[in-house]
Write a protein of this length. Structure first.
Length: 310
């Protein structure tokens, strides 16, 4: 069998470096199970400072035993390598573009567009399910939750939603996004999820372990590594508000990730350098904060808080 153009025998694990058009590469770890089955593709490090997913996949590279698998697993622990080593917030340092806004890719475009094209080329065709691990960046903090696509083909949305329900996360959030690694995969007919957890430019052994547990839950869901995982309690959010700064200023959040609040509650204030109020942001409905910006200084268009309707 060939995975990502690499020959992999039954019960074998292989490390590979895959090319990006116009220069560059990314590393993958390929597992072919001893028996046939479905293929799970898991990526991390689209944003180089979102560490929990990166470390979770780095450790799973050493932990998974292909001889115990019924199917295939493709792990891509660190896509944006330069962003990781340079500590670049949200973008690829080569072109200062957010890779998760660069899909569909362009083999003749900037670095982010070429990386997007390579990920599409090498990963999408193999995946029965594609999962992209994220978290709050150095300026953000996110509660644990999962996005599933709501604006793809009905069968893709339903298969993605069913996979999301297998995860021990408190919320699954319907997403209309179409230009990210996971959301463009859904547009191409691949069931896909995006998981969020943590932030503030840090990571913890507990959060890494939780991400590893989520991957095992999906291996169970796809019957690649059956474990009879319990069905978790989970709530679904169908409506989400993403607040952005209307201008440069000082941001003062009044809620944190995971906090629930009633309609009309003050979520935060944006003030200018002299302390004058620019805008008070209030909740449009009873909701829960999915993630928020912890940075004091923000630019026009920067995210402030995302909250879902309860």
């Amino acid at each position: 069998m060939q995975l990502c153009g690499i020959a992999v025998n039954a019960g074998e694990k292989k490390e590979a470096e895959l090319p990006v058009p116009g220069g560059g590469s990314f590393y993958v770890t390929l597992f072919r199970g001893a028996n046939p089955g479905k293929t799970l593709v898991v990526t991390a490090g689209v944003h180089g400072c979102e560490y929990n997913g990166i470390e979770a996949l780095r450790s799973l590279r050493e932990e998974l035993n292909p001889k115990l698998l019924r199917g295939q697993v493709i792990l891509v622990p660190l896509i944006n390598r330069n962003g990781f080593y340079l500590g670049t917030k949200q973008t690829m340092p080569e072109d200062h573009v957010n890779l998760n806004r660069a899909f569909p890719g362009d083999a003749f475009g900037t670095a982010a567009a070429r990386m997007a094209a390579a990920l599409e080329q090498h990963l999408y065709a193999h995946a029965d399910l594609l999962v992209d691990l994220h978290g709050g960046d150095v300026n953000e903090m996110a509660m644990p939750f999962v996005y599933f696509p709501a604006k793809a083909a009905p069968q893709v949305c339903e298969r993605s939603r069913a996979a999301a329900q297998a995860l021990s996360l408190p919320y699954r959030v319907a997403s209309s996004s179409k230009n990210g690694l996971y959301s463009w995969a859904a547009q191409q007919g691949v069931p896909a999820l995006l998981l969020e957890r943590g932030g503030r430019g840090g990571w913890s052994t507990d959060e890494v372990a939780a991400y590893r547990r989520n991957i095992y839950e999906l291996l169970d869901h796809l019957e690649i590594l059956p474990q009879n995982s319990p069905c978790p309690a989970q709530k679904e959010i169908q409506e989400t508000v993403y607040l952005e700064a209307e201008q440069q200023g000082f941001w003062y959040p009044f809620v944190q990730e995971g906090h629930a609040f009633p309609k009309g509650a003050v979520l935060g204030e944006l003030r200018d350098y002299n302390g004058n109020l620019i805008r008070t942001h209030r909740a449009a409905f009873d909701g829960v904060a999915l993630y928020y910006t912890v940075a004091l200084g923000v630019q026009a268009g920067d995210p402030l808080i995302a909250y879902g309707k309860l």
